[in-house]
Design a binder for this molecule. Structure first.
Ligand SMILES: CCCCCCCCCCCCC/C=C/[C@@H](O)[C@H](COP(=O)(O)O)NC(=O)CCCCC
Ligand SMILES: Nc1ncnc2c1ncn2[C@@H]1O[C@H](COP(=O)(O)OP(=O)(O)O)[C@@H](O)[C@H]1O
Ligand SMILES: [Ca+2]
Length: 502
């Protein structure tokens, strides 16, 4: 911004509206109840994105005064014409509101914070308040989507996951791609998805916008931001179980989501209760993880660099992984080769097996489960947490509250991978394995059984996958969000009267 003037980037203008001389009430198009004739309008307001601290955006407004009402009308028409040329800005959206998620305030959040902004920006929104779990996913298989510019999710990660799965399944079906074939090259949906955070963790919103704020997210949607995002497919025995976009967790995090699902009446605090309970139980799961490391692309989970707006790692990955036309007669995938440069395997007793396809940053862990993970690099960070005493596991968990290196423990292995598989080893208890404990007597046998419970479940963006054995594959930049990645924080600024840059 030059010292003697202020410049307002047109791409961050929300709307232009005539201003009543006497500040009277205006209808949703910005006109007063008394129909404004062109000659009577001598002022107009430019509504724009005002960037506050901490990546929070708010609608700002600057008013311009014209001596001649004709000039005023000319300005409004010209500016509106330019805004109409911003082809990435949505004009028609399908909005799914989950009244059940988070603190059950999804409807209020949308009506009070988002709808007025969509009206101001002249966006036509078809709003559906869901009536049950899976309602949005089912509707996405049958609704007419061609006339839309995007889909908006008002809810948390679980609701986003539902819409993500619905849209991807619909797209593959229409493209004739077999979603159950692990090796299939998936077709990218053309519709972008916007997220208005109204859930409990809201990790996807936080990791792609940098803050959990409904107004900020609404403004990213209005100006038509576009952020590609990796999606992982989760299969078992040639059957698609679910698509995942952020966090996959087996063991501790799987047990947490299974337990917390029974306590949704607690709202977001259910995770704290279940997290503490499962930390105390600290169950151990034996199994084997096989994984295909990402070919060296100059990034690692131990990087100091972070995935931010305009990330070069993601840009290069996008160029390397351009979608190839689907060929139904495509040769089946090569058999996995183990060894250097190929698949690797780790067998062990684990507290948790996590995969972070992006940082999974959220209010609980502002830097994320894997701070150096990328939104759109075609990889996921596979985090193996081996059995260890509780105090050491606690030390690792506590590091999520800070910037410190959460992987700096001998019991933790982290790999940046394109694919991985997990097969549990079921522990059958035999008589001679019973641990005799004089005080506890037979209890020790029950304790051992409890501590070596056969299987956990997978926490898939907060939804439960009951099947412990999975085959996971990352599809680079499969979908696009109305976001721009994590902006480098700037000081808050306001835009007084000034000229425009196109
Ligand atoms: C004693 C201090 C412990 C601090 C623990 C910090 C660990 C935080 C990890 C947070 C996990 C982030 C991964 C995101 C998962 C979400 O997709 C999922 C569902 O979100 P939503 O549908 O919006 O509710 N959230 C969870 O699985 C919550 C996990 C909480 C684990 C304690
Ligand atoms: N109307 C509804 N009634 C009950 N459950 C719903 C409804 N709409 C969506 N859901 C389900 O609610 C779950 C949680 O949604 P989400 O918005 O992620 O809330 P939270 O972040 O609290 O988990 C999702 O599994 C979703 O499928
Ligand atoms: Ca990634």
């Amino acid at each position: 911004m030059s010292s003697d003037s202020n410049v307002l980037d047109l791409s961050e203008v929300i709307a232009v509206t005539p201003v009543e001389k006497h500040g009277g009430q205006r209808n949703k198009d910005g006109f007063s109840d008394i129909e404004l004739t062109p000659i009577s309008c001598s002022r107009f307001a430019v509504h724009y994105v005002e960037k506050k601290r901490g990546r929070v955006w708010r609608p700002g407004r600057v008013t311009f005064k014209c001596q001649d009402p004709t000039v005023c009308r000319e300005w409004i028409d010209r500016l509106q014409e330019r805004l109409n040329q911003e082809y990435l800005r949505p004009r028609r959206l399908l909005v799914f509101v989950n009244p059940f998620g988070g603190k059950k305030r999804g409807v209020q959040i949308y009506q009070q914070k988002v709808a007025p902004l969509f009206d101001l920006a002249r966006i036509k929104a078809d709003v559906i308040v869901t009536e049950r779990a899976g309602h949005a996913q089912d509707l996405l298989q049958e609704l007419e989507l061609n006339k839309l510019d995007g889909i908006v999710c008002v809810g948390g990660d679980g609701m986003f996951s539902e819409i993500l799965n619905g849209l991807i399944v619909r797209t593959q079906q229409e493209a004739g791609v077999d979603k159950d074939w692990l090796a299939a090259e998936l077709v990218r949906p053309h519709l972008r998805i916007g997220i208005i955070p109204a859930g409990s963790t809201d990790a996807v919103s936080y990791a792609t916008v940098g803050v959990n704020d409904p107004v900020t997210s609404a403004l990213h949607i209005i100006i038509g931001d576009c952020q590609p995002l990796d999606v992982s497919s989760v299969h078992y025995r040639s059957q698609l179980l679910r698509y995942n976009v952020s966090f996959l967790g087996y063991g501790f995090y799987g047990d947490v989501v299974r337990d917390s699902d029974l306590r949704r009446w607690m709202g977001p605090t259910r995770y704290d209760y279940s997290g503490f309970k499962k930390f105390c139980r600290r169950k151990i799961y034996e199994g084997e993880v096989a994984f295909l490391p990402c070919a060296d692309q100059g990034s690692s989970p131990y990087d100091q660099i972070r995935c931010t707006e305009g990330c070069l790692v993601c840009k290069q990955a996008g160029e390397k992984n351009k979608p190839t036309p689907f060929n139904p007669s495509e040769e089946p995938r090569a058999v996995e080769t183990f060894g250097p440069g190929g698949w690797q395997r780790v067998r062990g007793r684990f507290i948790a097996i996590n995969a972070a396809t992006n940082s999974c940053a959220c209010k609980k862990t502002p830097k994320g489960v894997s701070p150096a993970a990328h939104l759109a690099d075609g990889c996921t960070d596979l985090i193996l947490i081996h059995a260890t005493p509780r105090y050491r596991f606690l030390g690792h968990l506590l590091k999520h509250l800070t910037d410190s290196d959460r992987f700096n423990h001998s019991f933790i292995e982290v790999y940046r991978v394109r694919e991985f598989k997990f097969r549990p080893v079921i522990i059958e208890e035999t008589e001679d394995e019973q641990v005799e404990d004089e005080e506890a007597g037979v209890l020790s046998r029950r304790n051992r059984r409890r501590n070596t419970r056969r299987n956990s479940v997978w926490n898939c963006d907060g939804e439960i996958i009951d099947q412990p054995a999975v085959d996971v594959k990352v599809h680079c930049q499969l979908i696009k969000l109305f976001a721009r990645g994590i902006e480098e924080t700037k000081q808050s600024s306001c835009w007084p009267v000034g000229c425009f840059c196109a």
